[in-house]
Ligand binder design. Structure first.
Ligand code: ZN
Ligand code: ZN
Length: 267
């Protein structure tokens, strides 16, 4: 069996990812306009009407700004925790209640033939999550807006074939950049975002378990990072640990404003 993955957009201006088996297609977050998401799916030959559901990592605008439109225009079901739904509800306009699947705990649910695991994270939202998707023996992980590196996150993602991991900022660029001090402190704190070095550390740890062959860097800051810098920082950390991108694993970027590669993981 197989799982496919495509990042439609990733970054502080909007997030939306596709995870699909042969028969089930899910979106994680809907932080771009409905029009952008439809066009992006068209570009990879996925009809938006065939999406079976949306999951949310958390309620920040860069993860939900297109949600109301997707639910109203395309009747997309939403799978969400109670706390996150309470935070999202006032922000998206009226939606058909029959599309709502609200859970106290969203770990180990199944949608079609995809099983979903979640891990709680420390980002500054009411109930933030990252997710892993399992179909038979293939597993894909999406871990952004993490705040901090936790054992739970490593444990949940150590057997992923493909992991999309946050590589938000270069610490020096952030510290010397133009953001107000309060925002700098928030980003650097356990409630903020992971640096390129953090992404390299998690990638090295997870690849060490011997399953993960694809690492995709995600949620890059426009102000405090460059794609090349994120890539080279993580590549350097992996190579120091005898992991050679291009030979041992695939290391790729996702993009703020364009669709990334479509990956098909088959075993
Ligand atoms: Zn975000
Ligand atoms: Zn956020």
């Amino acid at each position: 069996m197989a799982l496919s993955f495509c990042s439609l957009a990733s970054g502080s201006s909007g997030n939306c990812q596709l995870v699909a088996s042969e028969t089930t297609r899910l979106l994680v977050d809907a932080g771009m306009s409905g029009k952008y998401i439809k066009t992006s799916l068209d570009n990879i030959d996925v009809r938006i009407e065939t999406i079976n559901g949306i999951l949310l990592t958390h309620e920040h605008a860069d993860h939900i700004s297109g949600l109301g439109v997707l639910m109203r225009r395309y009747k997309m079901p939403l799978y969400v925790t109670e706390k996150t739904w309470e935070a999202v509800k006032p922000k998206i306009g009226a939606v058909d209640p029959s599309l709502l699947h609200v859970y106290e705990e969203i770990d180990n649910i199944e949608i079609g033939d995809i099983r979903i695991q979640s891990a709680k994270i420390t980002h500054d939202a009411v109930d933030p999550r990252c997710y892993a998707f399992i179909n038979e023996n293939t597993k894909i992980g999406i871990a952004t807006d993490l705040g901090t590196i936790s054992d739970e996150v490593i444990e949940k993602f150590k057997d992923c074939d493909l992991l999309m991991i946050e590589s938000n900022h270069d610490i020096e660029m952030l510290k010397t950049g133009s953001y107000p001090m309060v925002l700098k402190r928030r980003i650097l704190s356990e409630f903020g975002h992971l640096s390129n070095e953090d992404a390299g550390f998690i990638a090295k740890e997870i690849i060490g378990y011997g399953v993960t062959k694809h690492i995709l860097l995600a949620h890059l800051s426009k102000e405090n990072n460059f794609p090349d810098l994120a890539y080279e920082t993580v590549r350097g950390i992996l190579e120091e640990n005898m992991i050679i991108p291009g030979k041992d694993i695939v290391l790729d970027l996702t993009y703020r404003d364009k669709v990334g590669k479509l990956y098909k993981i088959m075993k």
